[in-house]
Design a protein around this ligand. Structure first.
Ligand code: SAH
Length: 206
């Protein structure tokens, strides 16, 4: 089923072999509620509780490809959710720092990733709007919720030549890829339209 998913993603235009290999290697059915388990390898998002969703595999593959992960990259993910995107980044060889604002989801996913022995993923219960200053700078930063604008703190925490991938917009979002250049300026590329759950400020305790 995983192989079929990889084929479907290739058909939809994902051509990055490392990303496709990671999708082929990570068991997505562990990241979904039991009720949706049999649908785990369909290219669809699903509810994961607390009004949140596990992103569609196409979206995960698309964002992962834009990040151009090199083994050893320090990668900050905002919006841990199910942990699936974090697992794909880890499978690509990244050292992952992932931040979630909902306490219940944070605990649930931190436990899951520990059980699945993802040793290169660290989970934080935090408002991702502020990034993770004590672990900055990051080679790559990815936001997996729809942002109204690009938080200054995330740009600041990007290493020179680093890449930020962030969907920006209210009802629907345009995927933006922002590079920090050698001369310390920022270069922005506007890409396709997606629909994410909202990027919200502050934390939510259980
Ligand atoms: N990457 C996830 C996608 C989850 S949906 C996955 O692979 O499953 C987006 C997640 O972003 C939700 O869990 C939501 O609670 C979280 N989120 C929204 N705003 C946030 C913020 N400011 N800081 C941290 N997490 C946030």
């Amino acid at each position: 089923m995983r192989k079929q998913l990889v084929e479907a993603l290739r058909q939809r235009g994902i051509s990055d072999d490392a990303v496709l290999a990671a999708i082929g290697a990570v068991p997505r059915h562990f990241f979904l509620d039991k009720a949706f388990e049999e649908h785990a390898y369909e290219d669809k998002p699903f509810p994961i509780g607390n009004k949140q969703t596990i992103s569609q595999p196409f979206t995960v593959a698309y964002q992962s490809a834009l990040l151009e992960i090199r083994p050893g990259d320090r990668v900050l993910e905002i919006g841990t959710g199910s942990g699936y995107q974090a697992a794909i980044l880890a499978a690509l060889g990244a050292q992952v720092f992932t931040v979630e604002r909902q306490e219940m989801l944070f605990h649930k996913t931190q436990d899951l990733l520990a059980r699945l022995k993802f040793k290169t993923i660290r989970c934080f219960f935090r408002d991702g709007m502020l990034g993770l200053p004590e672990h900055a700078p990051f080679n790559k930063i990815v936001v997996t919720a729809g942002a109204i604008n690009v938080p200054e703190s995330l740009l600041e925490q990007l290493a020179p030549m680093g890449i930020l991938v962030i969907p920006v917009g209210k009802e629907e979002q345009q995927m933006m890829r922002i590079w920090r250049t050698e001369r310390n300026t920022f270069k922005t590329e506007s890409l396709d339209i997606f629909r994410f759950v909202p990027f919200l400020g502050g934390v939510e305790r259980k």
